[in-house]
Design a protein around this ligand. Sequence first.
Ligand SMILES: Cc1cc2nc3c(=O)[nH]c(=O)nc-3n(C[C@H](O)[C@H](O)[C@H](O)COP(=O)(O)OP(=O)(O)OC[C@H]3O[C@@H](n4cnc5c(N)ncnc54)[C@H](O)[C@@H]3O)c2cc1C
Length: 288
Amino acid sequence: MRYHTPSTYEEASAVAAGASGLTRFLAGGTDVLVQMRAGMVLPDDLIDLKKIPGTSEISRTEDGGWRIGVAVPGIALGAHASLKADWPGVVEGMELVGSTQIQGRATLAGNLCNGSPAADSVPGLVAAGATVEITGPDGSRTVPVEDIPAGPGKTNLAKGELISAILLPARGQNAGDCYLRFIPRTEMDIAVVGAAVSLRLDGDTIAEARVSLGAVAPTVILVPEAADAIIGTTLDDAALSAIEAAAKAAAKPISDKRGTTEFRVEIAGVLAKRAAKIAYARAKGETA
Ligand SMILES: Cc1cc2nc3c(=O)[nH]c(=O)nc-3n(C[C@H](O)[C@H](O)[C@H](O)COP(=O)(O)OP(=O)(O)OC[C@H]3O[C@@H](n4cnc5c(N)ncnc54)[C@H](O)[C@@H]3O)c2cc1C
């Protein structure tokens, strides 16, 4: 195995583009190193991104959004008061990943690119309308987070492409988001279902919303029907029933040891409804 420590994204991309065998990028390593130790993945080229300047930084963008480096660990997101005030749902998704030890290493980009449909940080990012900056052999481009996962363990990144930053839009006023998951035990398990809601209010009325579900399809999904169910409402009982029904209709989960299809569909509706309530209360400033 060749271990690389590029000092720019372009260099990292060039190494990946020129590699002939199995390539992995190393961010926190909480997926890659576990897979290597288990003998599931034995990369010919391991490209460590942490020596690239800026990978561990969180900064404001010119438009008031956020740029998050690809080696920023969960614990740093949770400790960043302004980011957390803007996007509590995004941060709480990442904070649910693993334990204290895992939090010290695990990154948003790694969580996204590992390609798990149950990845805890991804629904929050999708609901937030987050994008990723991709650096590749043909330069860089920006794409929505929901366009990255292609299926379990797979991404739509082309050979030689890597994520060079996570970008969150400006939050603005009267807005809130939330991520909730259900797991079979209280700590350290994989989401049976995850749901994220981000919304903006005009007075008491929901003017904008995005809803995303995890672990109910081969990839995390954006559910526009669930957003439409609450836009234009004050999240009254009818709207809550409508978002629940839309989330259940969109959920097409598998049955496995963590839950049956029927159970997951039910939980998708419950979590979408609860996440909407919390996002709404956050938008009104009633809760952090
Ligand atoms: C004990 C334990 C508990 C866990 N609990 C959870 C949990 O509760 N919820 C959850 O969602 N996950 C969980 N995980 C999985 C893992 O911690 C997360 O997926 C984590 O966010 C991965 O980030 P990382 O930086 O460690 O990724 P790495 O292991 O460094 O990389 C993961 C994958 O992403 C690719 N990659 C990394 N960075 C980039 C980049 N910039 N561009 C392109 N590709 C890239 C790598 O090639 C690799 O395929 C757990 C893992 C462990 C070991």
